[in-house]
Design a protein. Structure first.
Length: 338
């Protein structure tokens, strides 16, 4: 019953994402594209933060690596867009393979420090390698996405559907992953790594594979972002970008997979709409974050799921039946009725 209800919500959300570009102004379509791109980056982080219990403050490195690879290959080496995007995803995956060998050996706060240091190191390289990355100026003029027929996608709606297709396919793969035995093992590691180790699981290998998959998925978001935005610069892999991804995961709901997409939507629309009326939009975002942590620690989507579960359970229990307390202690219940 619960799975059918969850599937109904997923289908409704997908239908809304398909229909929205046809009924909203072009500006909102661009905001939806950004929501999908940042949402995919946050969802890839959720595989670590929400399902494995690993908090990474360097996850924007894979987003930036994918974006920079596309920019360098298309502008410096004149590679066609589609092959450049493939190499960009591969580059992000290789970076995760290398970073993961070091980061996943650490735990808790040491994991945070190592991922932060590795991410900031890559950010520093983006500034220093001026001949390759453009330094402070970044890489402007990245060509638009070309599907290989000589038709660059400049129309916002057409580009939106391409991005939606790739994001949906990637998230679908992650959904299958977290509901597989591998995903269940990751949840066990999140709850108690020592117990999983005692049960015979190779916890390091599971964390390492999850780290590589998360980094590669972040690279998918990065290459799409480069093709859409046409520009990449060092701030795209700065600590602030990584912290923003963590914020999206927590706002939407860690360990929900789709919650970070909601969190990304909140951040994107606050940044682009509320900032038009006040320069202090970050204060509003900070207030929303504090409220979420205090009153909905499971995030927006997690709180909504809990509310729907309580309502469903309330309908299942008949008003004529005794309460759970009376059922648990029938002697006390009998005494109260006399």
């Amino acid at each position: 019953m619960a799975s059918r209800g969850r599937m109904a919500w997923l289908v409704a959300g997908l239908v809304a994402l398909v229909v929205l570009p046809r009924v909203v102004p072009v500006y909102f379509t661009h905001l939806l594209i950004l929501t999908l791109l940042y949402g995919l980056a946050a969802i890839s982080l959720d595989l670590l933060l929400g399902y494995t219990g690993l908090t990474s403050f360097g996850h924007a490195a894979y987003f930036g690596m994918g974006a920079y690879a596309v920019g360098v290959l298309t502008l410096r080496f004149h590679m066609p867009m589609l092959p450049a995007m493939g190499v960009g995803i591969l580059a992000a995956g290789v970076l995760a393979v290398l970073f993961g060998l070091l980061a996943t050996r650490a735990t808790q706060v040491y994991f945070i420090i190592i991922t932060l240091a590795l991410g900031m190191g890559l950010w520093g390289l983006a500034y220093r390698l001026v001949s390759l990355t453009g330094g402070d100026n970044g890489l402007p003029g990245i060509p638009p996405l070309d599907l290989g027929f000589g038709w660059p996608l400049r129309d916002a709606v057409a580009l939106y559907y391409v991005v939606l297709t790739v994001v949906a396919a990637t998230v679908g793969g992650l959904y299958r992953l977290v509901h597989s035995p591998f995903g269940l093992t990751l949840r066990g590691i999140r709850e108690s790594e020592s117990r999983m180790r005692v049960l015979g699981y190779n916890t390091w290998l599971h964390k390492y594979v999850a780290f590589v998959i998360a980094g590669t998925a972040g690279g998918v978001a990065g290459v799409l972002y480069a093709a859409y935005n046409g520009f990449v610069s060092p701030p795209d892999l700065h600590l602030a970008a990584s912290a923003e991804e963590v914020l999206m995961v927590i706002l939407g709901g860690a360990g929900t997979l789709f919650g970070p997409l909601v969190g990304a939507g909140l951040v994107v629309f606050l940044r682009n709409l509320v900032s038009a009326y006040t320069q202090r939009w970050m204060l509003i975002l900070g207030g929303i974050f504090i409220f979420t942590v205090l009153y909905a620690p499971q995030g927006v989507l997690g709180a909504l799921q809990a509310l729907l579960t309580r309502r469903r359970l309330g309908r299942v229990v008949s008003p004529g039946l005794p309460s759970a307390d009376v059922q648990a202690n029938p002697v006390a219940g009998a005494g109260e009725r006399t």
